[in-house]
Design a protein around this ligand. Structure first.
Ligand code: NAP
Length: 251
């Protein structure tokens, strides 16, 4: 699939969640979307963090605006929704990147269920709330796209990292990502008649935290690029799929 066949993103608006960290995927996704011609709403729970990154990206000549956004907080979401609804009244791309609760070494049989609830609140309900809130504005876009940032850890079929394979657990994280994958399928079916393409993309093992490259993690720009691919697919592109680097992954 050739992303270049997509209409020019110039003048279009993209929203990225969870872009608080300098080395995180969110900031780099925002950069690449802006480099592709989008105006980007770079959001983070802490406004100062969002402002710092937006300021740095504007220094690169990019069109990036900072906003505070906590995707587990209905009021925070409603504030941003109302602002975008008032102007420009339209959203072209929603990247549900905010995600965490990587409970390495845990086992489902003894997991702290409070922690598991929090993982679902962020990794599943965060994206769900955002999609409900912004769907009316996505419907007003000519080329609306939603990308959920998933994980091979939530795959039933990945032989190395998947639900049935990961040697060290991450049960809360993996189950919440599997639920996000399932949500993607449901939303894609429902939103297809409205022209909104919804996919879930795993960025691979990415060096978004210091030291991970020593364990074989790929550079952040590579992981971000495969997320941004989902924003640039043409109108006849896929919906309801699970991808990495533009290739399908097993659910
Ligand atoms: N790195 C990998 O190898 C990898 C692999 C597969 C999938 N992923 C996924 O990629 C996404 C980005 O991860 P990352 O590696 O870039 O790590 P990261 O920098 O830790 O990203 C997580 C982001 O989510 C934000 N966040 C947490 N709770 C939030 C909330 N309630 N509302 C809004 N934002 C919130 C964090 O902000 P705060 O600073 O405010 O906590 C942080 O900016 C995640 O969905 C992750 O599951 C990563």
């Amino acid at each position: 699939m050739n992303p270049n066949s997509n209409p020019s993103p110039s003048g279009r608006l993209a929203l990225v969640t969870g872009a608080s960290r300098e080395t995180g995927l969110g900031r780099e996704i925002a950069r690449q979307l802006a480099q592709s011609g989008f105006r980007v709403l770079l959001t983070a729970r802490r406004l100062e963090a969002a402002e710092e990154h937006a300021h740095a990206l504007r220094g690169e000549g990019l069109d990036v605006i900072a906003r505070a956004l906590d995707v587990t907080d209905d009021t925070s979401i409603a504030e941003l929704r109302d602002e975008v609804a008032a102007s420009p009244g339209r959203l072209d791309v929603l990247i549900n990147n905010a995600g965490s609760y990587y409970d390495a070494g845990a086992e489902a049989i003894s997991s702290d269920l409070g922690y598991a609830h929090e993982a679902l609140e962020l990794n599943l309900f965060g994206a769900w709330r955002m999609t409900q809130a912004f769907a009316p504005m996505l419907e007003k876009s000519e080329h609306p796209r939603i990308v959920n940032v998933g994980s091979a850890a939530g795959s039933f079929g990945d032989p190395v990292l998947g639900l049935d394979a990961h040697p060290q657990g991450v049960p809360s994280y993996a189950i919440s990502k599997a639920a996000l994958h399932a949500l993607t399928i449901k939303l894609a079916r429902e939103l297809k008649p409205r022209g909104i393409l919804v996919n879930v993309i795993c960025p691979g093992f990415v060096a978004s935290h210091p030291g991970l490259e020593k364990f074989g993690a790929r550079p952040v720009p590579d992981g971000a690029r495969c997320i941004v691919w989902g924003a640039l697919i043409p109108d006849d592109g896929p919906t309801g799929g699970f991808y990495r680097d533009g290739a399908p992954l097993p659910w």
